[in-house]
Write a protein that binds this ligand. Structure first.
Ligand code: PLP
Length: 352
């Protein structure tokens, strides 16, 4: 199938429709960018910001910092609102930083480096009042816990395919609403990157200008995404969120039996990712390498201050289920010198 084939265009329209359902938005401009989720901050910065604009960024982990740097690279005046790693940022602190000058508020909804979910309440309304647009990284939350683009008043957001959407990596689902698209029209000059120019990318997806060539749309990846989204919508988005929540609760309950700390408290916990802290005297990286070599289980390392003390557990998409939780607890018992029975029992009970 060629990417200019009208039949393929039909498929991309279907993907756009599916993505609207998953993002919970009516935005016509809902597409898949031809790059991984990490392209999102660059697309935000290149398209919605110009040199000298004041951009407020919430930072309580690695991905918030990345977003700040993307805005700095286009010459924005970045106001960093820093929060403790392992907690989200109180919305009032973010909105207080807006002032009359800010043109953008950018936050990470699911901070994968710490397993924290950002409270979104009040951000959309405050941005409207301040004349700013709200830009959100939903890479780890989309498909794994509630994301409500329209209800929250989010003006643009991006995600990735390989986290809770349970799809191969390579695309970044993306949505932009009218307030964000207005910024494109108001720009004093075109975005610095031709390739990441949203107007040109959108012209291919837009049913009105359909197929205006910009890049070779990654056909096979789009097919994969279509199927992954079909599975999500077949399961039901809410049912899927609930499954992630139950898997999260189960894993936490199991770890708690062994007094293994989880960085984020339950009230700001990102369901699909648990950042667990190793007990005193256990080297996290040795543990991770043992899990990988002996059990074929891959966990992620801790960043920054948590390097060597943290192992991050993904419960995303197909792995957000009780069997995975039990499998990992069983595998952890031996290296930690624990009895797996009580932890597995607790996990089962918490899963419900
Ligand atoms: C994984 C991730 C990204 C980057 O996605 P890539 O697919 O690695 O480019 C960005 N933001 C968050 C919150 C992530 O978890």
């Amino acid at each position: 199938m060629g990417h200019m084939d009208p039949a393929f265009h039909e498929l991309t329209q279907a993907v756009s429709e599916q993505l609207r359902a998953v993002f919970r938005t009516e935005n016509p401009c809902t597409i898949a960018l031809p790059a991984t989720g990490g392209s999102g901050p660059a697309v935000f910065a290149d398209n919605f910001v110009e040199e000298g604009d004041r951009v407020v960024v919430g930072i309580c982990g690695v991905f918030g910092e990345r977003m700040a740097q993307a805005f700095e690279r286009v010459g924005a005046e970045v106001v960093r609102v820093e929060g403790e790693w392992g907690r989200d940022i109180p919305p009032a602190e973010l909105t207080a930083a807006l002032g009359p000058e800010a043109s953008v508020l950018a936050v990470v909804h699911g901070e994968t480096s710490t397993g924290v979910v950002q409270e979104m309440d009040g951000l959309g309304a405050a941005c409207r009042e301040a004349g700013a647009i709200l830009l959100v990284d939903c890479v780890t939350s989309l498909g794994g816990m509630p994301v409500e683009i329209d209800e929250w008043g989010v003006d643009a957001a991006f995600a990735g395919t390989q986290k809770c959407l349970n799809c191969p990596p390579g695309l970044a689902p993306f949505t932009a609403g009218p307030r964000a698209l207005e910024r494109l029209e108001e720009r004093s000059r075109p975005p610095g990157s031709w390739y990441l120019d949203l107007s040109l990318i959108w012209a291919w997806w837009d049913p009105e200008t359909r197929g205006a060539y910009h890049h070779t749309v990654p056909v096979n990846s789009i097919y994969g995404l279509h199927e992954a989204l079909r599975l999500i919508l077949d399961e039901g988005l809410e049912a899927r969120w609930e499954r992630h929540e139950r898997a999260h609760r189960a894993m936490r309950a199991g770890l708690a039996v062994w007094d293994i700390g989880v960085l984020a408290p339950p009230e700001c916990a990102l369901w699909p990712l648990i950042a667990a802290l190793t007990p005193e005297g256990v080297d996290a990286d040795a543990l991770r390498s043992q899990l990988l070599q002996e059990q074929d289980i891959e966990t992620a390392a801790g960043f920054g201050q948590f390097a060597g003390r943290m192992f991050r557990i993904g419960l995303m998409g197909a792995s957000a289920r009780l069997e995975s939780v039990e499998f990992l607890l069983e595998a952890l018992a031996d290296p930690l010198g624990k009895d797996p029975g009580p932890a597995i029992e607790a996990a089962r009970e918490a899963f419900g």
